[in-house]
Design a protein around this ligand. Structure first.
Ligand code: SAH
Length: 361
C-alpha cells in the first residue's frame, strides 16, 4: 500500500490535559465547545441536504462516522450526536429504515482514551470504537467511512517545522515559541508545514471516505490579510512566551531549553485552507461558512485554564510539571494587567467546511 503512512512517521503528539480534574481538557474546553455549538445547526442542515443515501458505496445497514482529534470529551459527543441526528433525519425523510451507527473516536495513541470511554453518554444511539493514531496518516480501510468530522484539531501541525530549531537556518526561532511577530522565514516555515500536513490529511481521507460520504471540518482561522500580532490567540501565545523568557532570565529554564520549545500550532487564513483543498483536487466544497469570534464573555481565569488544558502538555514534555505551574501562574498575572478588556481586538474566525470526495477520474 504505497499511500499508507505509518503512525511512527508522526512521532510528535501533545494530547490535551488528561482526566477530569481542575486542569483537564474535559473541564476546560468551553471555548472549543462553543465552536461546535456555533456551527451545529448549519452542519446538521448541510448533512441532511447533502448526504446522498442513494450513491453510498458501503453497506447501507450501517453508517460509519469518525471524529478525528476527539480528545477526552465531552465536546466530541456533542459533535457526533449532531451528525447521527442529521443522518437519522435524512433516513426518516426518505422513508428508509434507520441504519445502525458506529462512531470511531480518533486521537493520538497518547490521548487519554480511558477518560473518554468512561464518559460515553449512557443513552447514546451509536456503537463506539477507538482508533489511535495520527490523522495525517491512514487510519481506516479504503472507502469505508461515511462521515468524517474534525473540530479544533487541524490547527495542530504534525510537527514543529524542522528549520525553526536549526541554529544554522535563517528560520531559527531563537528565544521564541511561535511564529507570532517572528521573522518571515519562521512564518513561512509554519505555513509550509501546514500546507504539507493538509495535503497528507486530505490524501488519507480521500482514500477512506466512502463514495457519497461527507467530511465536516471546523478550523480556527484568521482573516486573510492581517498581522498575527492583531490576532488575539497569537497575542496570548506571545504573552505566554514572554513568561518563559522572564523565567529564563532568572534561571528557571535554560537558554537552550527555551530555544528548543516551539508550539506546533498554526492558524491558517481562509485562503490557505481553500488553497489546500484546491491542490488536493480530491474534494468538492459543498458548503463553507465563516463565523466571527466565539469568546465574547471569557474571563481571565477561563482563558488561562483553557490555554493550560491545551498547551500544558507541550511545556510539560520540555520542562516538567513544576514549570507548567510557574508558566501559567505568571501568565494569569500578566494577562490580568495587559488585557483588561480582552474582547476589543478579537480577530479569530471559525471556518466550517463541508466536503465531498470527487469520484476518481
Ligand atoms: N475535537 C475536540 C478536541 C480538540 S483538541 C474538540 O473540539 O473539543 C485537539 C485534539 O486534536 C487533541 O486531542 C489532539 O491530541 C488531537 N490531535 C492533534 N493532532 C492530531 C493528529 N495528528 N492525529 C490525531 N489527533 C490529533
Amino acid at each position: 500500500m504505497e499511500d499508507r503512512r505509518s503512525i511512527n512517521e508522526f512521532p510528535e503528539s501533545y494530547p490535551m490535559n488528561e482526566g477530569d480534574g481542575a486542569y483537564s481538557y474535559a473541564q476546560n474546553s468551553r471555548h472549543q465547545r462553543r465552536c461546535i455549538e456555533t456551527a451545529k445547526e448549519s452542519i446538521k442542515e448541510a448533512i441532511v441536504k447533502k448526504f446522498d443515501i442513494k450513491t453510498l458505496s458501503a453497506p447501507l445497514n450501517s453508517i460509519f462516522v469518525a471524529d478525528l482529534g476527539c480528545s477526552t470529551g465531552p465536546n466530541t459527543f456533542l459533535a457526533v450526536q449532531n451528525i447521527v441526528d442529521a443522518i437519522e433525519l435524512k433516513y426518516q425523510q426518505s422513508e428508509n429504515e434507520i441504519p445502525e451507527f458506529q462512531v470511531f473516536f480518533n486521537d493520538h495513541a497518547s490521548n487519554d482514551f480511558n477518560t473518554l470511554f468512561k464518559s460515553f453518554p449512557p443513552n447514546r444511539n451509536y456503537l463506539t470504537a477507538a482508533v489511535p493514531g495520527s490523522f495525517y496518516g491512514r487510519l481506516f480501510p479504503k472507502a469505508t467511512v461515511h462521515i468524517f468530522h474534525s473540530s479544533n484539531s487541524l490547527n495542530w501541525l504534525s510537527k514543529v517545522p524542522k528549520e525553526i530549531t536549526d541554529k544554522t537556518s535563517p528560520a531559527w526561532n531563537k528565544g521564541r515559541i511561535h511564529y507570532t511577530n517572528a521573522q518571515k522565514e519562521v512564518v513561512e516555515a509554519y505555513a509550509t508545514q501546514y500546507a504539507m500536513d493538509m495535503e497528507s490529511f486530505l490524501c488519507a481521507r480521500a482514500e477512506e471516505l466512502a463514495v457519497g460520504g461527507l467530511m465536516v471540518l471546523l478550523i480556527s482561522a484568521v482573516p486573510d490579510v492581517i498581522l498575527s500580532s492583531d490576532v488575539t490567540i497569537c497575542t496570548h501565545l506571545e504573552l505566554l512566551e514572554s513568561c518563559l523568557v522572564d523565567m529564563e532570565k532568572v534561571g528557571l529554564v535554560s537558554e537552550a531549553e527555551l530555544d528548543s520549545v516551539n508550539l506546533p500550532i498554526y492558524f491558517p487564513s481562509p485562503k490557505e485552507v481553500m488553497a489546500a483543498f484546491g491542490r488536493s483536487k480530491r474534494f468538492s466544497i459543498e458548503g463553507i461558512q465563516e463565523f466571527g469570534n466565539q469568546d465574547n464573555q471569557v474571563s481571565l481565569q477561563t482563558l488561562t485554564l483553557t490555554l493550560r488544558a491545551g498547551l500544558g502538555g507541550v511545556f510539560e514534555k520540555h520542562f516538567g510539571n513544576d514549570i507548567v505551574d510557574e508558566v501559567f501562574d505568571r501568565f494569569s498575572k500578566k494577562v490580568a494587567t495587559k488585557f483588561l478588556n480582552l474582547n476589543e481586538n478579537q480577530k479569530t474566525l471559525l471556518l466550517s467546511v463541508l466536503l465531498k470526495c470527487k469520484p476518481n477520474d
